[in-house]
Design a protein around this ligand. Structure first.
Ligand code: SSA
Length: 421
């Protein structure tokens, strides 16, 4: 959400952001609702003044005049009740329109329609070369009975999987490695529930718009979040922090659930795109200052890169263009990790600075050193998301006999083992 004052004073900037982020919103409609609301407020105030004025006359009025004055008071009261209902309706209409306004991307964000126009920033790590025919992740899993994609389909439907044996230990090792690494960098470990109230998705900006991505508990205001970013952000709703409490930095681990509506036909087999996965999420609330939040952006990115380097996985960093960054971001990079069987880099991390856009939607504020109320900036980045990370991990570290080499940094989390399988 943007500051309404900013929108009023910079309609062209906001119109440009709406266009560049391909948001379905007519700014004229919002500005008209804003205008109608202020006129309604003036009318309500005028009627209230009239009614108060009229009420003062009643005790001083003669018996002949009194009935008319009392009737006038009743008529004004009736009119006010209608006007106040209209006011509440107009306030809600404007609030819903404001929720649709995208954030303004920072100067320097590549302008583009979709991920085809994302810009490669740099590549890291050597691509693997094998002196044997490398296998894809599904084959590697099946030949060691490390996963099932068939029987589990009867249990859990499409895009389901189960892990077995060492694959479960490997996944737990990766999550533990990420949590230990981030807490070592001062991030507070948080174990969060994916079960959240619907309002939480409005706070992060997933709603309005992303409703079809979310599983809902029937008959209750409870839904399953697709990322710990949602509960982590919502935990701070309506809080007033103090500047010296900032920055808040969390390593939040949770289940993650996504309907993947609209992804039909994409990555339907294997571990890349499933309905339930686990993620270690980096989430930060910092001072509402773009230099500070951009510094945190690059810290979150470097954390993820350090994890990937420790796992000895080759990757590239790309900058998301305006058409691929989503409504709330001002600056966004993805990390894409090399998948040998596809001869392609595939997204494994997504790093975003959202300025004060989420804080405004969630009413998270802080008192600065001068005692002035401010909105903080929020940022998030993936730490490790499994099972997607297993795809490049298994394929890049596979050995001729189908066993998987364990990088030194991960060995302590797997009982010191140097390989599995
Ligand atoms: N359906 C899915 N199946 C498996 N992994 C997924 C799925 N959707 C997303 N992920 C993983 O989760 C990571 C983050 O997802 S994201 O939507 O891009 N970004 C976020 O959720 C942010 N909160 C940063 O983590 C992705 O890069 C990917 O590694």
């Amino acid at each position: 959400m943007l500051d309404l004052k900013f929108i009023r004073e910079n309609p062209e900037t906001v119109r440009e952001a709406i266009k560049q982020k391909r948001v379905n919103l007519d700014l004229a409609e919002l500005l008209a609702a804003d205008q109608q609301l202020s006129e309604l407020k003036k009318t309500v105030e005028a009627r209230q003044a009239e009614r108060n004025q009229n009420a003062k006359l009643v005790p001083k009025a003669s018996p002949e005049e009194r009935p008319a004055l009392i009737q006038k008071g009743k008529d004004l009261g009736e009119e006010l009740r209608t006007l106040e209902a209209d006011l509440r309706e107009k306030q809600e209409e404007l609030r819903l329109l404001l929720l649709k306004v995208p954030n303004v991307p920072l100067a320097g964000v590549p302008v583009g329609r979709d991920d085809e126009e994302n810009v490669e920033v740099r590549r890291e790590g050597e691509l693997p070369s094998f002196d044997f025919e490398p296998k894809d992740h599904i084959t590697l899993l099946q030949q060691k009975d490390w996963a099932d994609f068939d029987r589990v389909g009867n249990v859990s439907g499409s895009r389901s999987y189960l892990l077995k044996g060492d694959m479960v230990l490997l996944e737990m090792a990766l999550m533990n490695f990420a949590m230990t690494f981030l807490s070592g960098r001062g991030f507070t470990p948080m174990g969060l529930s994916a079960l959240v109230r619907g309002k939480a998705f409005e706070g992060t900006g997933h709603f309005p718009g992303g409703e079809d991505q979310v599983y809902k508990v029937e008959g209750q205001d409870l839904m399953l979040a697709g990322t710990a970013e949602v509960p982590a952000n919502e935990l701070h709703r309506d809080m007033v922090l103090s500047e010296d409490q900032l920055p808040l930095t969390y390593a939040a681990i949770s289940g993650a659930f996504r309907s993947e509506a609209g992804s039909a036909g994409r990555d339907v087999k294997g571990l890349i795109r499933v309905h339930e996965f686990k993620k270690v999420e980096q989430y930060v609330i910092c001072r509402g200052d773009i230099e500070e939040s951009q510094a945190w952006f690059y810290k979150l990115l470097s954390n993820a890169e350090a994890l990937m380097k420790a796992l000895e996985l080759p990757y590239r960093v790309i900058q998301n263009c305006t058409g691929d960054m989503g409504a709330g971001k001002v600056w966004m990079y993805d990390i894409e990790t090399w998948v040998p069987s596809e001869q392609k880099y595939r997204e494994t991390h997504s790093c975003s600075n959202l300025g004060d856009w989420q804080a405004r939607r969630t009413n998270i504020r802080y008192k600065d050193r001068e005692g002035k109320m401010q909105f903080p900036h929020t940022l998030n980045n993936t730490g490790i998301a499994s099972p997607r990370i297993l795809v490049p991990f298994l394929e890049n570290h596979q050995q001729a006999d189908g066993s998987i080499r364990i990088p030194a940094a991960l060995q302590p989390f797997l009982g010191g083992r140097t390989q599995i399988g």
